[in-house]
Design a protein around this ligand. Structure first.
Ligand code: ADP
Length: 349
């Protein structure tokens, strides 16, 4: 339905979006995920038509939207600060924008009723918005965005300012509402948990570039770069050099590692970065020398419920974190072995 093709945007000589391309299909929720300043809001503004790209194109069903003013795009935008009108009731809040568009009374009636039904708020229609909980207000704001029957829904950090418990509940609500909607949606957030909960597909932005796209499982299980791994909290990264290709073997300051990656992508002597995933390490009790060993001292251990997260400080000065079933004592010297398939190999940035 929506497609961005090589969209580039420069402010004061600084490129804030660099050939951004992605698309959103019918009924799909795409999350634009990235740290603050990565270009998420700029991307939304370009889609909304509040800004025009310097290069590239924004298309709706194959037709360029360049030059089409925002109101003619019929895209609904819900901001983080969705400020409802406190002196109006729920119904009036949702109807307000439709009235401004000059819709007839009957049409307004139909749109408001339907929008409130979609977010399960019809029975609250006559309530003052100031008497509603944060979650209910959120749903009214969503109804207000849905009421004009937009062709595309854009949500910019909609849970941004709420406390954690409320966020979790609303996230569940939003997920159900978006899953039922046939409208394509773009959801902007810097929070990976939110993105994992909401997204059919994630578009990951870093410094104005799309660094990876895929389902939440794909991006988390197969990060494309060390930066992506780190963004998802996978911080056991280690640099080394390729010393064998079949199987791939990497010499590092901590010993030899054997990632379960295709060796034909690499060359002997090439510099690489490997990632040791935190799950799937086992405690070694014998003295047999093998690849994939991490030796060090336990410097921290946290009970996670079904696992323990241990931090191991190696002789090489790395602190690696693993999630293992055993409780280890702080100060204990340990040897852990990481399974081949829990090690990934990247080219350095
Ligand atoms: P995000 O939404 O991911 O936090 P933004 O799209 O808001 O990122 O911003 C991306 C970069 O573009 C930032 O460095 C920001 O300072 C810059 N930027 C955004 N809007 C403008 C503007 N109107 N003028 C100049 N710089 C801008």
């Amino acid at each position: 339905m929506l497609e961005l093709r090589d969209v580039t945007k420069t402010y004061n000589g600084r490129r804030v979006l660099d050939r951004v391309s992605f698309s959103v299909s019918r009924g799909e929720t795409v999350c634009l995920l990235g740290p603050s300043g990565s270009g998420k809001s700029t991307t939304l503004r370009l889609i909304a038509g509040l800004e025009e790209p310097d290069e590239g194109d924004v298309l709706w069903q194959g037709k360029s939207l360049l030059g089409v003013p925002p109101h003619e795009r019929r895209f609904g935008l819900m901001f983080q600060d969705y400020a409802l009108f406190p002196h109006m009731n729920v119904w009036e809040n949702v109807a307000f924008g439709l009235r401004m568009q000059g819709m007839s009374k009957e049409e307004i009636e139909r749109h408001v009723r339907e929008a409130l039904e979609r977010v399960n708020m019809l029975e609250f229609a006559r309530r003052r918005v100031t008497d509603l909980s944060g979650g209910e207000q959120q749903r009214v704001a969503l109804a207000r965005t849905l009421a004009p029957w937009p062709r595309l829904l854009m949500l910019d950090e909609p849970l941004g300012s709420l406390d954690r418990a409320l966020r979790e509940r609303l996230l569940e609500d939003l997920r159900h509402i978006l899953a039922e909607e046939d409208i394509p949606a773009i959801y902007v957030t810097h929070d990976q948990e939110e993105a994992f909960a909401i997204a059919d597909r994630i578009v990951l932005l870093h410094e104005g570039r799309v660094v990876q796209q895929g389902t939440p499982e794909e991006v988390y299980q197969r990060p494309a770069t060390p930066w992506v791994a780190q963004f998802f909290g996978l911080t056991n990264l280690l640099s080394g050099r390729v010393v064998g290709l079949s199987p791939l073997r990497v010499m590092t300051g901590e010993g030899v590692f054997q990632p379960a990656c295709d060796g034909s992508r690499w060359e002997i002597g090439e510099a690489v970065i490997i990632l040791l995933r935190p799950r799937g390490a086992t405690l070694v009790t014998d003295a047999v020398e093998r690849p994939n060993m991490v030796r060090g001292r336990v410097v921290d251990t946290v009970f996670l419920g079904d696992m323990y997260r241990v931090a191991v400080l190696t002789k090489g000065g790395h602190t690696f974190k693993f999630e293992i079933p055993q409780a280890l004592k702080r100060g204990e010297d340990v040897v852990l072995r990481v399974a081949d398939e829990r090690i990934q190999c990247f080219s350095p940035p």
